[in-house]
Ligand binder design. Structure first.
Ligand SMILES: [Zn+2]
Length: 471
């Protein structure tokens, strides 16, 4: 049985679907105003891994994921309602309509998913095409006394109307006072727009300046808040009980806290049974942020000559709840492992067939079940790779079978002629000498030999399996 860390209970929980045999998953999707970076994609991989292990166990998995093409403001961190819609500012920067921008980056998003072996959601609604659902939901929240029209014509959620606000993030309403934890330039209460500092906008009045991405409603011309779209779409497409809700850890507050409040208030019970969040990805030790130029895209990985599935393997070597520091060296090392595994799988496939190695299969499945412990799964495969007591045909069957969970196309080279790369003259001796130097912990000799190999065009990478080379 699959177990996952639930952000709300802060414990590893058994995942027991509400409907036997079916697993419903809602994944917060991309805001399509720029390319997703590899940190975003690591979060989307989390949902893919849940889907794969669920289907392995015979569950019918349904994933719904929204496409945010309206309503995500530049400042979504704190309680400030100001800022500009991310789509509109990008539309100005690119000098084309907001929807042109959105469709461009939506296509790029699905291309990136495909490159990383992440299956797209079964249901992928766009926010801009789900406005009626949101208006309907907001109307219900007003009728039930959980929302009100503010002094500025926007509709706000009444945070004090529910008892468990903060259950997900640990924030308490009294901690969220402006100027305390989240600094806002103006005191929203003073302006009379909303009644209470922690209330948030479900629907925003268009005012006089905004002309794109606006809709007519019972409360006037305006546009939806970001949080309401996920409540509206998840309830409509998956129903009032959702087994798992995924997202990046930065979405826990306010986005998921607010979504939970809205959905639970309208339905009358807890909609999401388990909240699961992926940790941040660092690159070269720093947060990935456009503002500092520290952003890596899948296209950058490809431009450097790597297979995007090497990036996927690199992610699998770290636990989803572990803050991971990605480097080009780590991707390079994963590429070497992937190349080696694919050529070994192809070679093993030539040998007489043999039954799967059950201990390894059980170990890998158990690792996935245990809160998606993918590093443990990879270690089990490394052990099997080296275990000469297991027949080659059996190792082929096991690797090929378990690729259903890993998704790194391990059988790619089966039936193809092996790629033979010859080392330049003298390189084999240098590699052997470097191996010996490392065994003797003579690091300066090892570094010097690496440089000599580089001069011959041979790149050496030190991995868990010893030094590996590529041309
Ligand atoms: Zn969301």
């Amino acid at each position: 049985m699959l177990r996952l860390t639930d952000t709300r209970t802060r414990q590893v929980e058994d995942i027991v679907p509400a409907s036997a045999g079916a697993l419903s998953v809602y994944a917060c999707g991309p805001t399509v105003y720029r390319d997703a970076h590899v940190g975003n994609l690591r979060t989307f991989l989390l949902t893919d891994l849940i889907r794969r292990i669920g289907e392995y166990h015979g569950l019918r998995v349904t994933v719904a994921q929204n496409i945010t093409d309206v309503g995500h403001m530049a400042d979504d961190r704190g309680l400030a309602e100001g800022g500009e819609d991310k789509l509109l500012s990008q539309s100005r920067a690119e000098n084309r309509s907001a929807l042109d921008v959105a469709r461009h980056y939506e296509t790029a998003y699905f291309t990136d998913l495909d490159r990383l072996g992440i299956r797209p959601a079964d249901i992928a609604p766009r926010a801009s095409e789900s406005i009626d659902l949101m208006i309907n939901l907001i109307g219900q929240l007003i009728d039930k006394g959980h929302a009100y029209v503010g002094g500025d014509g926007s509709v706000y959620f009444d945070a004090q109307s529910i008892s468990d606000y903060g259950a997900l993030s640990g924030n308490r309403l009294d901690q969220l006072r402006p100027g305390h934890r989240f600094t806002v330039e103006e005191d929203p209460e003073a302006s009379g727009r909303k009644r209470f500092h922690a209330d948030w906008a479900l629907w925003k009045s268009a005012g006089t300046t905004r002309t794109q991405l606006v809709w007519e409603t019972p409360w006037g011309l305006g546009f939806p808040g970001w949080h309401i779209e996920c409540s509206a779409m998840s309830l409509h497409h998956l129903g009032p009980t959702i087994d798992i809700h995924t997202g990046g850890i930065d979405l826990r507050f306010p986005h998921h806290e607010d979504e939970k409040a809205q959905s639970d208030a309208v339905v009358g019970h807890e909609v999401v049974r388990h909240w699961v969040h992926a940790e941040h990805l660092l690159f070269d030790g720093r947060k990935m942020a456009k503002s500092t130029g520290n952003v890596v895209l899948v296209s950058d990985v490809i431009d450097r000559g790597f297979d995007p599935l090497a990036l996927r393997l690199c992610f699998l070597e770290h636990h989803y709840r572990q803050q991971m520091n990605l480097t080009w060296e780590a991707i390079g090392a994963a590429q070497l492992t992937l190349d080696r595994w694919r050529s070994k799988v192809a070679a093993w496939a030539e040998e007489p067939s043999a039954p799967m190695d059950d201990p390894t299969r059980h170990e890998v499945v158990a690792a996935f079940d245990d809160d998606l412990d993918t590093p443990r799964a990879i270690r089990a495969l490394r052990r099997l790779e080296r275990d000469e007591s297991v027949p080659a045909g059996s190792r082929f069957e096991t690797f090929a079978h378990l690729d259903r969970l890993l998704g790194i196309d391990l059988a790619r080279n089966v039936g193809r002629p092996p790629v033979v790369v010859d080392l330049p003259a003298g390189a084999q001796e240098l590699l052997a000498a470097r191996d010996a130097a490392r065994a003797a912990k003579q690091w300066s000799d090892s570094d010097r030999l690496r440089d000599e190999l580089a001069a011959l065009g041979v790149t050496v990478t030190d991995t868990k399996d010893g030094q590996q080379w590529s041309m």
